[in-house]
Every structure is written in structure tokens, then in C-alpha cells.
Design a binder for this molecule. Structure first.
Ligand SMILES: [Zn+2]
Ligand SMILES: [Zn+2]
Length: 202
């Protein structure tokens, strides 16, 4: 079964996800994924192609997400288009129905201990929970996009960056700083003026 409509692409019904699988293909916007500009600046829609397989309430999601993100180069500070294309892998499990998630009923100290324990538990990073009769794919896709961001975005591996002295973008050509050592020459002229008792230098 294949769903192409944008409506429901991010909230597939569990009833449609069978052992035989459900394919979701379509475009989603940054807004639909609730991506803020702090997360990533997306240029145009993102293409999503996902395969969902359900067995006993556990849903495995695999697929591909493609699009373009605008990033700022850390060396030359220019914005550039970074093509995104990465595989998506996630598992959805039903949210436990136990009351342990209601902190009001639990002693605060005990609750804190439980949080620490939960942090230490080795749970796969790509596991998500669902409630009710459908999945919410948006938070999972949003997380994948955020994690895809490089720590040091570069417009190109060969980016020359900016001149530390004049600030010119050296990718656009060399600046005059290297050719004209103007600052040392100026200093020599000034010290000569001082020796001769010139009052022009303050
Ligand atoms: Zn750059
Ligand atoms: Zn320069």
C-alpha cells in the first residue's frame, strides 16, 4: 500500500501499518516538521520516502530524506546550500500505560532516582513512542535533520576564509595585505618624526 497524500504523511494510522509494510512518499515542509530557524534553515520542501513495517505494535521505519539546508560557513561566514540526503531509521513502540509518568503520585526523591536510572538505561537513540491509533513522524524526522548538521559547516573543504587583517573573503581573490606591508612602514616613519622632535605625532 502506498500513500501519496500530504495529509496523513506524517501521521500514518497504525491500522495501515501491517507486516507487509506501508510506503509513504511525499514532500514535507519545515513548518510541518516544526523546524525552527535555530534548528536548520531549509530551502524548499523536503522529500520523504519511508517504509513502515508493523509487528505486534512495534513499528520499524526505514527510508530516505532529501532536501537542501542553508548553512553559514565557519571560515568565510558566507551562506551556502548544503544538499541533504540521509537514511532514516527509527523504531516506534507504544507508550507504556503505567502511571509512573505522573510525578504527582510519586515521591520527588524517588522520581529523581528514576530519571537517573532512565538516563543510564541503554535505550537505542532511534526509539520513539506513540500514543493512540497513529504515529507522529514529525519529531523523529526533525531530530534526524538536526543531527545531520555538521559541527563546523564549511562551504567547501578548500575554503580560504577571511583575511584576519582586512576581512576580505579570500575565496574571491587575494587581498592587498600580503603585497603591501603598509603598517610596519608607517611605524618607521612615525618613530623618525619623534626623534627629530616633530609635534605632529600625538
Ligand atoms: Zn567558506
Ligand atoms: Zn587582507
Amino acid at each position: 500500500m502506498q500513500v501519496r497524500a500530504t495529509m496523513g504523511l506524517l501521521t500514518p494510522l497504525l491500522a495501515d501499518i501491517t507486516v507487509d509494510g506501508l510506503s509513504l512518499v511525499g514532500e514535507v515542509t519545515a513548518e510541518e516538521l516544526e523546524l525552527t530557524e535555530d534548528d536548520a534553515v531549509v530551502s524548499g520542501p523536503l522529500e520523504v520516502s519511508l517504509d513502515l513495517t508493523g509487528v505486534d505494535g512495534l513499528v520499524a521505519v526505514t527510508g530516505v530524506l532529501e532536501g537542501t539546508v542553508i548553512r553559514e560557513c565557519v571560515r568565510c561566514l558566507k551562506q551556502y546550500e548544503d544538499p541533504l540526503a540521509f537514511s532514516v531509521r527509527a523504531a516506534f513502540v507504544p507508550e507504556p500505560k503505567s502511571a509512573s509518568h505522573h510525578p504527582k503520585r510519586v515521591d520527588p526523591r524517588k522520581a529523581r532516582a528514576e530519571v537517573v536510572e532512565a538516563d543510564e538505561e541503554e535505550e537505542p537513540d532511534d526509539q520513539y513512542q506513540y500514543q493512540g491509533n497513529h504515529l507522529e513522524l514529525a519529531p523523529m524526522l526533525r531530530e534526524h535533520i538536526i543531527l545531520a548538521a555538521p559541527m563546523q559547516p564549511l562551504c567547501s573543504d578548500e575554503c580560504l576564509g577571511l583575511c584576519a587583517r582586512c576581512g576580505k573573503n579570500l575565496n574571491e581573490g587575494p587581498c592587498q595585505c600580503a603585497a603591501e606591508p603598509s603598517i610596519p612602514t608607517f611605524r618607521v616613519v612615525q618613530s623618525m618624526k619623534r626623534k627629530t622632535g616633530g609635534s605632529s605625532a600625538s
